[in-house]
Ligand binder design. Sequence first.
Ligand code: KG4
Ligand code: ZN
Length: 366
Amino acid sequence: MMAGPLRVLGIETSCDETAASVVLRDASGRGEILSNVVLSQVEEHAAFGGVVPEIAARAHVEALDGILAAALSDAGVKLDEVDAVAATAGPGLVGGLIVGLMTAKAVAAAAGKPLVAINHLEGHALTGRLTDGLTFPYLLLLVSGGHTQIVRVRGVGDYERWATTIDDALGEAFDKTAKLIGLPYPGGPNLEAAARHGDPARFAFPRPLKGDPRPDFSFSGLKTAVRQAATAIAPLSGQDVADIAASFQAAVAESLEDRVWRAMQRFREAHPDVAEPAIVVAGGVAANATIRAMLDRLAAKTGFHLVAPPLKLCTDNAAMIAWAAIERISAGLENDDAMTLAPRSRWPLDAHSTAIYGGGRRGAKA
Ligand code: KG4
Ligand code: ZN
């Protein structure tokens, strides 16, 4: 299984980041990021208050060639020195996926290299092994604009989704709540900034599903509660906005804490032999300091090891795609049909997870 060094060029275009990266796995199995180029489209979408799929696809087309060239030159690697080309094939916005996967097919064919098609969620799920050399099994908490999930990661290709959102993704809830109280896109970081001088106890917003035996998440009720509170005191002063933002964050953190705690108990029961289990966080919302602090406290309390990769590797990037391909190749799990594979806008990580609540994957990356 473990052979000589392996270099993979990865491409990520599933949402609003155009990204390419070269990752090396050395002979001992350790990963090293040789380059990691990410171009965010935030400015292209800001005027519209959210990601516009058509604009995203066009921006990927315009940027990808240059980003690929930059990733190779930053890494000091020529195309014929890479061992494989990897691209995100789903889930995500189909226009962007087509651009990334078609480009990867063309590059792989021209250079005579194998192509590995990667599930974006698998990229997030395996990042903790690239950054921290984690061993299986462990828990993943993914909180992004399109996904809110807790996954038990048992091995390469062996994922079990333990929790997902019944309605909005957490990042989506941040973005919508921010919009509701007049904060600009992207909502998450702006809401966090506003909350810094707000009173988290002024509004008693609900703590969705806290204490509920179901393992999942829900945020749409919280959003409605915010709307009602904001309407009742409109027009909002700057202090009102700050207080609502802080109270919203407090509610989110408490709900999340209860949900993650539940998954930790389940993990302990399933793996009594793992002495200090790890939980990895991924997704843009992992940048939130209130949520990070809550997770730190919770991990200390439960004896879990909290792994929070650097933000650049928590949010969407291509290093995680290249690394997932390296893991698949090392495990002998690469797909033979990658050259004919079509992108999949929906692609659950856990093939056995059904859409229990009729969806719960409605974000941009559904
Ligand atoms: O992982 P990401 O960059 O892209 C995907 O959605 O895949 O996550 C973006 C999401 C957005 O909803 C954004 O508002 C949220 O992460 N976000 C934050 C913060 N920074 C980004 N939410 C709360 N607090 C933050 N500091
Ligand atoms: Zn993502």
